[in-house]
Design a protein around this ligand. Sequence first.
Ligand code: FES
Ligand code: FES
Length: 173
Amino acid sequence: MTDRLLKNISIKINGVCKSIDIHPTDTLVQVLREKLGLIGTKVSCGQGECGACTVLLDGEAVNSCLVLAASVDGRQIITIEGLAHGARLDPIQQAFVDHDASQCGYCTPGMIMSAKGLLIKSNSPSSEEIQTALAGNICRCTGYKQIVGAVKAVSEKDTKNNPNNEKRSQKCI
Ligand code: FES
Ligand code: FES
């Protein structure tokens, strides 16, 4: 029997156009994890307080547990799975490795996506701007010094020509 509550949305996810059937109450993180298998995006609080579920929505970092999937029809989403180019990590991912900015790793995808959102807007954010951008991301084990240091290290490099920093602006037709 047809489920009359199903709604179809089209999104560009990590550069690939997808058409997905959702329920009106599905959150974006539910769709990412349960319908698209993109389990790199984590869920912890489920109410916008920890940042574990952060993804980029049209280039802006958002808590995907607070976003209704129905509201992202026609929009572009990048998750942690969309950052690396093949075997080449995105510079922010590499910086997290180089600076020991992760321990258990549960917060790391969200931290990295928040940092990425900041670096898309600003090539050389100050330490204060980095701290503000990451203020909604909670880490219970690494400590924030290494994390801020990793973001700072990327921001001090020439990221202008980094192809991984593009906003991937072409929409799905
Ligand atoms: S799971 Fe979304 S903010 Fe905590
Ligand atoms: S690395 Fe464990 S919560 Fe951040």
